[in-house]
Design a protein around this ligand. Sequence first.
Ligand code: 3H9
Length: 703
Amino acid sequence: MSELVRLQRRDEIALIIADNPPVNALGQALRQGLLQAFQAAEADSRVRAVVLVCEGSTFFAGADIKEFGKPPVAPSLPEVIDVIEGCSKPSVAVIHGTALGGGLEVALGCHYRIARADARVGLPEVKLGLLPGAGGTQRLPRLAGVAKALEMILGGAPVEAGEACEYHIVDELFEGDLTDAGLAYARRLLQEGRGVRRSGEQTRGLEGTDNAALIAARHAEVVKRSPGLFSPLRCIAAVEAATRLPLAEGLERERELFLECLNSPQRAALVHTFFAERQAAKIADLPVDTRPREIRTAAVIGGGAMGVGIALCFANAGVPVKLLEVGDEALQRALQRARDTYATSVKRGSLSEAAMVQRLALIEGITDYAALADVDLVVEAVFEDMAVKQQVFERLDAVCKPGAILASNTSSLDLNAIAAFTRHPEDVVGLHFFSPANVMRLLEVVRGARTSHEVLASAMAIGRKLKKVAVVVGVCDGFVGNRMLFQYGREAEFLLEEGATPQQVDAALRNFGMAMGPFAVRDLAGLDIGQAIRKRQRAILPAHLEFPTVADRLCAAGMLGQKTGVGYYRYEPGNRTPLENPELAPMLAAASREKGIERRELEERYIVERTIYSLVNEGAKILEEGIAQRSSDIDLIYLNGYGFPAWRGGPMFYADSVGLDKVLATIRELHARCGEWWKPAPLLEKLAAEGRTFSGWQPDRAG
Ligand code: 3H9
């Protein structure tokens, strides 16, 4: 027997115990152990039933994701589950924690399933660019029905044990000890003469509904909502096979479709993202014994859209939060904004009335800094102006208790200068939320030159508590996300001067997979915001660098985007659909003429390379400067804050998958033709010359 699986006999019951920390992932040794244990139970004539439990915090959390992309080693999970389901003695899976992916598939291979009341089960493979490839697409619809199976397989979110019970995925809930519950259930089975009951032989879930219509509807929805995604349509095809083929043939079809997904570049990108999220939490130079400070109460300074959004984040996480505005009128407006946001969620059905009341009770409006004396963390979210920040931080420094963490939500100002306004720069950190703060998952945690280890660890912990993807970044203009965005936006504008229209650029980048095109984003945010940043950039960047002029022309004409009804596009009142702005064409023509550019048709590929590679080149500089810890952190920032397509893995992973030599060759061409902005990053040149990737590079091994 494998070291990861133990087999014990308890009277006439075989107890199989799996133990593969941290999450009982079904790697090769565990699969081998399970196979042998079930075979041994089958062969032992004294055994009349089998109970399967897992040690540790969870039932099997799925296949071992680290094995994907490597040569397969037998036995495969489908082979193991075949043996489990084929066993002639009834088996019981005892689920606790999360039975996910291959883990739920193992449970579905068992003849009965019981779950601890707080357990959850799910098939999240789609999030990794896969489909459930060990029978999940065939067995789940047979038990839970096609509609529920498609919901779980396409959505990837786990369901609570109680719900799983309603849908016949689980037979019974229990509380208390896993082994006791499993053995008691197996004894009852034997007493009641209930024998083998194979999920694969059930048909209840497939009967009584128009499965073809359900499948067609989900198919149409996926085509509309997730164009470009590889695995969802294959998930549907596999479930469709379950509705018309016998189990064995359905499993074969599932296997074919699974292998297509496994070998797709999208799977590689999404698995990269899975590990990137877990890596981001690791900070190389943080001593392992660093203890985060406890954050029991928080405060937000500034009740604008950003400040209110941040306050909502705390309330959503159950943390009492004080929201400070300068006068009562502004405060009441801010509190009303909070109420309105929750009311919209209640109307949409995503929040209960009771939860809204509870969360609003956690938000206390204040106008007096003195009320901040007892809070553990303050997040400043006031106007982006150093003089205003100075006032705020000096006042915070005067009133907050020793050890309170003082955070700034600045998106581009120098955090070290802000920290210097206080007597405790070691307690100052940046918490850069993205708008709308209560929706966007990204949190840039800005580490100042003097931010203490403890404060950094606390900032990461609060990020986790707020359910954000928290990524550590260093201090520079724009940090990681906006510093790269500056390059991207500038190149998009240059494309307008070369001959493209906003429609063409936006469409090319949407086809690439970006959630929105750059000009639609600018119109949404307001062109005046970018104007302040452009002014500052011009003041600090070398004079020989050339800037595009279209945005400034629009600003000068009062065309600031959606808020004025016209920007790069025109908008009908109350409608966000972008229409052509007829006044733009002459502006573009003038911008080109003044620079002596003859406007020309631009290819989609050129548009994509010119914008996306500007992100890559700047990302390489950011990496080399140590502003980001690793390339996957940059990827996470773009995936979670800037609408970069998840299935491309982020800009740095995308560049790795294109090949850094090819990316560099294009950047060199652009450098020769478009000037100094395109000077290749030295790190990119070095890695391309050595045939390496950003993912494989680490600063300490850089040499
Ligand atoms: C599948 O099953 C395919 C089959 O249908 C078909 C096969 C033929 N493998 O998230 P955490 C690591 S696809 C390997 O921080 P939590 C993780 O990297 C799979 N490693 O803990 C981390 O390592 P480190 C379908 C895994 O408590 C450590 O465990 N299943 C796996 O916040 C702790 O993870 C899934 O997609 C894995 N499967 O959350 C489930 N899972 O410490 C993926 C975790 O070195 N897993 N690790 O950074 C999860 O959703 C969460 O990990 C879970 C625990 C909810 C289980």
